[in-house]
Design a protein around this ligand. Structure first.
Ligand SMILES: C[S@@+](CC[C@H](N)C(=O)[O-])C[C@H]1O[C@@H](n2cnc3c(N)ncnc32)[C@H](O)[C@@H]1O
Length: 244
């Protein structure tokens, strides 16, 4: 499995991606294209696709530094965030302790800016926990959830079908699954023989359609700042599924 997500530079990019303000990501002295501004706050926006009512347990797979996990906690009784990266889980847990996390935003060459990640006000931190773990080999006793969120995870797994086969048992009847994927299948993460043979949506329907109804499909853009002039500006395909 790739250890890119243990890299301190990538950790800093994800802290900025999840917790950076609009001004920290896109400083206002530049006339940024409107589409880049609309791509901010991805980790918050994906959670808006769940129903609005309060519910029971939530699970955020591939939670990275935890922003979506925290967002889900405002309408779940408890949310578990799981990520393979120990560095990401350590940062998410430091925030859960009510502390802040300092990091360095790369600007160019040797130029960098010190920033601090902090949680939004008003969260009940007792409703959130984080685990380092493998989404393809989840603990047998993890139980079932009313909401499962997996954003930009599936095309980073070495064997995504292992997760798709486990998902029906993870979601309670009537529960919701939000899956987002930019469909960026790359050999560095997933061997080509494990990629969908055709269209990713049809492949998801083939694996999930027996246990879930597809209730919504949307596109959600996201923006990851690498330097002051270099960004990953990507469109994730988001699907919402209801467990039968
Ligand atoms: C592209 S990032 C997306 C993170 C976050 N959900 C977001 O949307 O910003 C992929 C995440 O999946 C995690 N990941 C990769 N393989 C994993 C696995 N087998 N089990 C759990 N997490 C994994 C990585 O550590 C990383 O945090």
């Amino acid at each position: 499995m790739s250890d890119i997500y243990e890299d301190p530079g990538v950790l800093a990019e994800y802290l900025l991606f999840h917790y950076g303000t609009a001004e920290e990501i896109l400083p206002p002295d530049v006339a940024w294209p409107e589409g880049m501004l609309r791509a901010l706050d991805f980790a918050v926006r994906t959670t808006f696709h769940f129903s609005k009512h309060h519910t029971g347990r939530g699970l955020d797979l591939g939670c990275a530094v935890g922003r979506s996990t925290y967002e889900m906690s405002s309408s779940c009784s408890h949310v578990i965030g799981i990520d393979f990266s120990q560095a990401f889980i350590d940062a998410a847990n430091t925030l859960r302790e009510g502390k802040t996390v300092d990091y360095v935003r790369r600007d160019e060459g040797h130029l960098a800016t010190g920033l601090t990640a902090k949680l939004p006000e008003g969260l009940d931190l007792t409703k959130v926990s984080f685990l380092q773990g493998d989404a393809m080999a989840l603990p047998g006793d993890i139980g079932a959830f009313d909401r499962v969120h997996a954003a930009n995870l599936i095309c980073r797994l070495t064997d995504p079908v292992l997760l798709l086969e486990r998902i029906p048992a993870l979601v309670n009847p009537g529960g919701e699954l939000v899956l987002a994927t930019p469909c960026t299948w790359l050999e560095g993460f997933t061997a080509p023989e494990k990629w969908p043979s055709g269209d990713t949506l049809a492949w998801l329907q083939g694996h999930l359609g027996g246990a879930f109804d597809l209730v919504k499909r949307a596109d959600e853009p996201f923006l990851i700042r690498e330097t002051a002039r270099k960004f990953q500006w990507t469109r994730s395909m988001l699907t919402v599924w209801r467990r039968r």
